[in-house]
Design a binder for this molecule. Sequence first.
Ligand code: BJ8
Length: 385
Amino acid sequence: MIQMKTELPQIFESFAEARQNGFLAMKKIKDSGKGVVGQFCTYTPQEIFTAAGLVCVGLCSTSDETIPAAEKVLPSNLCPLIKSSYGFAITDKCPYMYFSDLVVGETTCDGKVKMYELLAKIKNVHILELPRRQDTPEAKALWRAELVRLRERVEKDFGVTITDDNLRDAIRRRNVERRLLKELYELSQMTPPPITGLRQLQILFGAQFKFDWHEKVAEIQRAIDSIREAYEAGERPVSEAAPRILITGCPMGGVTEKIVKVIEEAGAVVVAFENCTGAKQMDRQCREEGDPLTNLADHYLQIGCSVMTPDNNRFELLGRLCKQFQVDGVVEMTLQACHTYAIESHSIKTFLQEKGIPYLQLETDYGTADIGQLSTRAGAFVEML
Ligand code: BJ8
């Protein structure tokens, strides 16, 4: 078991509190007359919305609460993220979805693409055509053209003008957030890490639901400072002997924190998240000089994700993080019926085997019935490290 001495200050709330507080913040935002854009994917260039003076919020749902409602329309053997997100939309149970004036999705996996067709019947939806290649001039040109189309759609729907200077300022602000969140998670390069993986995940996830930029960056900075201070004062919430785990795979948060819990209850510590909740979003800075739309297009298209073919950038980041965080093992979380991640898991396993890094794939959904089984598998994995 990880040795908890004293609790670190509660800088970011639990998932439930983060959502709850986010709801209240969203209501205030709407009351102030601001427009809201909901997004589903890390490929969405949120700088276009902030440049327009809008607030953007992630809509990927993380609980099974509305899956029965979604399954009246969608097949049951579909990814829980898609079912849950759609379920929240049709039941009006998610204020973020409810308050979104525009919902932006991309042509990522087939399940999401077809769900968006249904979503468009009840919400104002814009779909970005995401290429599946990242390295060809045609793919780059298509993606840039799609960002031009998004900018025009936002300008039309919200009656605003988005200037290049607005975009540059939005890029600069988002880069500040990226840099700070990266600084925060890189604290776990230390041995032993200064925070548990669960705490790191809570901070990364919670940061999505902070809508005031100044407050957000100040809060992340405070989190960094207090974690450092506690460590320098001798706080060691994690045992030095705990095997160091990196998590890869599908996006995480909400109920899927169960994966982190079973790993850490087995005596290991999660030091890094390569997925969309973690490094994938924060690892690189977007270029600030030059044409902002080209910079955004170049930046976002290079995100490593199993929907790309080939998906070289995911492997590059994964290999780099394994070294940087000196990991003893990698756990991949795949959501049920996520074909792209499930298929790519074979290549990930081979890639890690060649580096001599042990690998475990855990498939799960948004329920809690499999916790016993996950715990047994995580326990056996940690024991052999
Ligand atoms: S950039 S990881 S947020 S696509 S888990 S819905 S792929 S069937 S979420 Fe993702 Fe963007 Fe990639 Fe990140 Fe489909 Fe798989 Fe479900 Fe998924």
